[in-house]
Design a protein around this ligand. Structure first.
Ligand SMILES: NC(=O)c1ccc[n+]([C@@H]2O[C@H](COP(=O)([O-])OP(=O)(O)OC[C@H]3O[C@@H](n4cnc5c(N)ncnc54)[C@H](OP(=O)(O)O)[C@@H]3O)[C@@H](O)[C@H]2O)c1
Length: 244
């Protein structure tokens, strides 16, 4: 409900989720997965609004925030989850197009979303909470073939800290979650099946398995909730122990 900071998000399914549970707006570029996510929220008893937007375009994300406020009355929680990975090859073999795509979505997209969300939240007596999805590939670890992606995710962690300092006195709490390998297609290596990934995780991760989207969502929910009222500008690692 608007005004309740219960949390937001559907794990890593939607690109960008705004408004607090049980009323949620899901944002992404493709209509079909958004409709599916909205239907699953409604089937679970919540209210949902699906809005198509490209987070790399200021007008799109500003319109999405306006739609959330028009529909739900306020914007209490925002989760900036949209992200893309283009890599796998050494940096010298990365195309400029892939460089700009990652920067556009992962960095500019988070900046534009933060700006639009904060401008709305600072008008609300109760402020708001924002959680950005970074990655252990940013500030916490390194992986071959991921230099550009890692740079964008390090930027998300740093943006989170800076924005948190800038806006906490306005009642807006900003934090990040840095997942390690999560059970979505993004963590599959080229040609790898889910079973291959499970075997790799058993052999290499301290926990013996990858992180689930529900576990990432639980971390987001905690940071978005009033239980985390004193947690400001942090970057919560949820990575099956990979960086322990
Ligand atoms: N999977 C992992 O192992 C892992 C690990 C660490 C961090 N992460 C981060 O977690 C987040 C979610 O990743 P994922 O694994 O769920 O990846 P995913 O399955 O590829 O989902 C990415 C989501 O972002 C949306 N998106 C991409 N570009 C967008 C744009 N320009 N505007 C709006 N929405 C956009 C996609 O929807 P549309 O295509 O419809 O726009 C999709 O919903 C990302 O930020 C990723 O970097 C993932």
């Amino acid at each position: 409900m608007p005004g309740r900071r219960g949390g937001a998000g559907d794990g890593l399914q939607g690109a960008d989720v705004v408004a607090a549970a049980p009323d949620r707006m899901v944002v992404g570029r493709r209509r079909e997965p958004l409709e599916e996510t909205a239907e699953s929220i409604e089937a679970a008893g919540g209210k949902a609004l699906a809005v198509t937007a490209d987070v790399a375009r200021a007008a799109d994300i500003e319109a999405a925030v306006a739609a959330a406020v028009e529909h739900f009355g306020s914007l209490d929680v925002a989760v900036n989850n949209a992200g893309v990975f283009r890599g796998g090859a050494p940096l010298a073999d990365l195309t400029e197009e892939d460089w700009h795509t990652q920067l556009g979505v992962n960095v500019t997209g988070v900046f534009l979303a933060l700006r639009a969300e904060i401008r709305q939240m600072r008008t609300q007596p109760s402020g708001g909470a924002i959680v950005n999805i970074a990655s252990t590939f940013g500030a916490h670890t390194r992986h071959p073939g991921a230099a550009a992606y890692a740079a964008t995710k390090a930027a998300v962690s740093v943006l989170t800290r800076g924005a948190a300092l800038d806006h906490i006195r306005e009642g807006i709490r900003i934090n990040a979650v840095s997942p390690g390998a999560v059970d979505t297609p993004m963590s599959l290596q080229p040609g790898e099946t889910d079973a291959d990934r499970s075997a790799r995780a058993r052999a290499t991760l301290p926990l013996g398995r990858v992180t689930t989207t529900e576990e990432v969502a639980a971390a987001v929910l905690h940071l978005a909730s009033d239980d985390a009222a004193s947690t400001v500008g942090t970057d919560l690692v949820v990575d099956s122990g990979a960086t322990a």
